[in-house]
Design a binder for this molecule. Structure first.
Ligand SMILES: C[S@@+](CC[C@H](N)C(=O)[O-])C[C@H]1O[C@@H](n2cnc3c(N)ncnc32)[C@H](O)[C@@H]1O
Length: 256
């Protein structure tokens, strides 16, 4: 099989990952956006979460200590986490991609009640929604499916029955606003100190990912009351209640 792209040390394969992964080795890091199992737009590829066999193949291609970031759905990431763990990955953390532009898919309970009672509602106005091809928060179109259009206009109706009035304003789903990103690591060989030196993997470059302080106020707010304090010995197993807090100098960090 020929790579889809191969230049300047970058190789892109465009194929079923189950065919490609066994050919790969010494992978240092994985960032992946697998199917979420939400049956997205009725797509066949989204009917399930990739199971243990996928994550085992990825694990086998990676160096010890390699980190993996896998995006997941808010309703299905528990299955993703279990599959990763069952395949031998260590779950290390869960990051969040936050956004405010998600398109709500909530059922209008009040309308559903009137519909079930077969009572028509009177339209009192219209409001516009998004039009055109569905777009992602980053501006890209959703999986290049240009046939999919967001509804352009919505009816505004008043509840017709007493029951519908009572449930006016209720829905069944929150507006999508975040996606979990599972952070996992392939078990290290012996110790982190040995692993990082032998393979160059196993640790995170924390200093390069700090969010720079926006000014002195921001810097002081990064520590409680602008002070750094510690209880000596507490971390070494001392009794926290019996020792006094001591101030220490703020570490010279660029950001949070
Ligand atoms: C959540 S989507 C990723 C979308 C992408 N991040 C984007 O923003 O356009 C999951 C993708 O996994 C692909 N996929 C599903 N099964 C696969 C497999 N066995 N090998 C490779 N890709 C697969 C699907 O075709 C789909 O494009």
């Amino acid at each position: 099989m020929k790579p889809y792209y191969e230049e300047k040390g970058i190789t892109i394969w465009c194929a079923d990952c189950k065919e490609i992964l066994p050919k790969l080795s010494d992978v240092s890091a994985v960032v992946t956006d697998p199917p979420y199992g939400l049956k997205f737009m009725g797509k066949d590829w989204d009917k399930g979460i990739p199971g243990v066999e996928f994550w085992r193949l990825i694990l086998a291609a990676c160096k010890p200590g390699a980190h993996l970031l896998a995006f997941g759905g808010t309703r299905t990431h528990h299955r993703l986490m279990c599959a990763l763990e069952d395949a031998g990955w260590e779950i290390r953390d869960c990051l969040m991609w936050l956004y405010g532009t998600g398109f709500p898919k909530s059922m209008d309970v009040s309308s559903a009640i009137d519909k079930a009672l077969e009572v028509g509602r009177v339209e009192i106005g219209r409001r516009s929604g998004r039009t055109g091809p569905a777009v992602q928060p980053n501006g890209g179109s959703v999986y290049s499916d240009d046939n999919y259009q967001w509804p352009g206009e919505f009816s505004i109706t008043n509840p017709a029955t007493e029951a519908a009035k009572q449930w006016y304003g209720w829905g069944t789903a929150l507006k999508p606003a975040w996606e979990p990103i599972i952070m996992a690591r392939k078990p290290i060989e012996e110790t982190v100190a040995r692993n990082v030196q032998k393979y160059g993997t196993g640790a995170l470059n924390i200093d390069t990912s700090r969010i720079e302080y926006q000014g002195d106020d921001d810097k002081s707010s990064a520590t409680c009351q602008g002070k750094c304090t510690s209880k000596p010995g507490a971390l070494a197993g001392g009794t926290q209640h019996e020792v006094k807090r001591v101030d220490f100098e703020r570490p010279k960090l660029k950001g949070r």
